[in-house]
Write a new protein. Structure first.
Length: 602
């Protein structure tokens, strides 16, 4: 029994089992500590530091100056940190660069031995070529670039130094004063034509480390000045009195407190007496239209005006004023916008510029009957982006089943693929966008970034462009492949915002079989032009009102942060202005580079 008890009390041999992550952490800490001690040893103070300095100095000579970085990058490579310096290519590239440089200069014992061995094999000339190639390969591996990128960067830098261009002179515009009761568009004396501004220049990057070229922004002077007539609003004071008297005859007391002069409508702000039901006012639309002899036989009542204690009675002008894109592009409001996807939408009923941002939308539905201004709105969106961004900041995928609206943009450097005119290829383009979305999410996970803006700040030369997919006629596309198109659009609308992929979907037939409930549920931002019926208005903006619009750019806009629509007169860009812009872009130094897999991979 005593023997068995002794055997039972026998001590087990000591064994230490450490997980792989712990071992990596220990090794990483040791390498980083060695790098830190090597850096401190350059001071040659302290016995231990002096020993470290003498040891490495005898081996590598001046190479000891770069040795701390080698140790630290090797240590960080073993961690799970998602920094650029922790990538293996940084350690491998810096090691090749360091050894080649030390050997080329024959620094220390190691450098001398490598140099001597190469001289014995390929003589001194061959040794120099091999080591210079090693320096070049080290740089290429370290920065994940290529020979083409380096040569293009050098060429672009040389061209940049040769070009001495001044930035355009910006003159502050004088403030326009308005009356104390009348706001909005004011008739002004014609101003002298400004001197055409010089185009701005910017070095753009296309690849890691940059396929750098000089991008010349299109000058706003490409756009012609719009010399349309002023809006004919009739007798404003008489109309205000008619509105007051008509409402008073139906027992509604109140006063006209403000008149907002817009390009298409004039809004009379009526403040009702306390206790008045808004439904009583809104039910009198036809009576007010009759009393005012409204040009189109109808008016629109906004009850209440957002943020105000008044009701807006919008009376159509007898002739509208065209809102030129040039005026909006020159406005301070758009110039102060930092978003790459901001665009000029138009003027509101008070004559104020309205700037929309697709990045915040992040997708938009556009609907309107033929001739209502839908295609002009799409051209305004595309043109604003072409004026304000480089091809490396925003890429476009344009779908035009009608073959006559967007095909003019072919060969513009911003395009990812030629304008798609076959509905069959749209499915492939949408599937490519889904795969690109998944690829970007994996990149964001590797870098610890939540969205494209955070990733671009971390990635430097590897910045990703925004991708804008514009479909001019959604009905034709959906009828060709209803299930696949709807599924792809729905998934993109749900998930693509963070990756910088955005949708602009337009249709002239806003029926429930085109704008399905699944699509509408995921796209909250809507733009409605004049439609044929109240049913169509409810389909696109979930409320009546679009059937009363005037056409020619008159729209109702529902931004993502607003429940009620706002009335806006859209910007106008002529076909000749569009051709001038496209011709300028085609002549730029940056040529179009199509991605064939967009329409051919799926």
């Amino acid at each position: 029994m005593s023997r068995h008890s002794r055997r039972g009390r026998r001590k087990q041999p000591f064994k230490l089992h450490l997980p792989k992550e712990t071992l990596y952490t220990i090794i990483s800490t040791g390498l980083i500590l060695t790098g830190g001690l090597t850096l401190l040893s350059l001071s040659q103070q302290g016995e231990l530091l002096l020993v470290i300095f003498n040891f490495f100095n005898s081996l590598f000579g001046w190479g000891i100056l770069l040795l701390p970085f080698i140790f630290v990058s090797a240590g960080l490579m073993l961690t799970r940190l998602k920094w650029r310096i922790t990538k293996p290519n940084v350690f491998v590239g810096s090691l090749i660069l360091w050894l080649s440089s030390v050997s080329l200069t024959r620094a220390g014992t190691i450098g001398g031995q490598i140099w001597g061995s190469l001289v014995e094999l390929i003589f001194s000339g061959g040794a120099i070529l091999v080591l210079l190639a090693g320096v070049f390969v080290g740089l290429v591996v370290m920065f994940e670039t290529s020979l083409e990128d380096i040569l293009l960067a050098l060429q672009s830098t040389w061209n940049w130094f040769k070009s001495h261009r001044l930035k355009p002179l910006k003159l502050p515009s004088a403030p326009v004063s308005s009356g104390f009761t009348v706001k909005g568009l004011i008739d002004e004396p014609e101003k002298p034509k400004p001197v055409a501004d010089k185009p701005k220049l910017e070095i753009i990057s296309n690849q890691p480390m940059g396929q750098q070229k000089i991008w010349q922004y299109p000058p706003i002077s490409l756009l012609a000045d719009i010399f349309g007539g002023k809006a004919d609003r009739g007798d404003i004071n008489l109309n205000a009195q008619i509105i007051k008297d008509t409402l008073d005859s139906f027992g509604i007391r109140g006063d006209i407190k403000e008149v907002n002069k817009g390009p298409a409508v004039t809004q009379y702000a009526f403040k009702p007496a306390i206790g008045t039901k808004l439904s009583k006012i809104t039910s009198l639309q036809n009576d007010l239209a009759l009393a005012l002899s409204a040009p189109h036989g109808q008016i629109r009542i906004e009850a209440p005006i957002p943020g105000r204690d008044m009701v807006g009675i919008e009376v159509p002008n007898r002739s509208l004023e065209i809102v030129g894109m040039k005026k909006i592009l020159e406005s301070k409001k758009l110039k102060n916008e930092t978003s790459k996807l901001a665009f000029a939408l138009g003027l509101d009923v008070a004559g104020q510029e309205v700037i929309a941002d697709i990045d915040k939308m992040p997708h938009v539905l556009i609907a309107g009957a033929t001739g209502s201004g839908k295609s002009v709105c799409i051209n305004s969106i595309i043109s604003t982006i072409l004026f304000r961004t480089t091809p490396q900041e925003v890429k476009l995928i344009l779908v035009d089943p009608k073959r006559v609206e967007l095909t003019v943009y072919n060969d513009v450097p911003h395009l990812l693929t030629p304008v798609i005119v076959e509905p069959e290829k749209v499915v492939s383009a949408l599937k490519w966008a889904l795969s690109e979305m998944d690829r970007r999410y994996k990149l964001f996970a590797d870098y610890g970034a939540r969205n494209i803006a955070a990733y671009n700040e971390l990635s430097g030369f590897q910045a990703l462009p925004y991708i804008l997919i514009v479909i001019d006629e959604l009905a034709d596309v959906i009828l060709a492949n209803p299930a696949e198109v709807e599924d792809s659009i729905t998934r993109l609308a749900q998930m693509a915002r963070a990756t910088g992929i955005h949708l602009v979907l337009a249709t002239q037939r806003p029926s429930v079989d085109v704008l399905t409930g699944l699509i509408k549920a995921n796209i909250n931002c809507r733009i409605s032009f004049n439609v044929n019926s109240m049913v169509d208005s409810r389909v696109i903006i979930d409320t009546p009102g679009a059937e009363k619009l005037l056409g020619r750019g008159d729209m109702l806009f529902i931004p993502p942060d607003q429940a009620k629509p706002s009335r806006i007169q859209g910007t106008y860009i002529s076909d000749s202005d569009t051709k001038q812009l496209i011709s300028f872009l085609k002549q730029s130094a940056v040529k179009v580079e199509y991605t064939e897999e967009v329409t051919q991979k799926y």
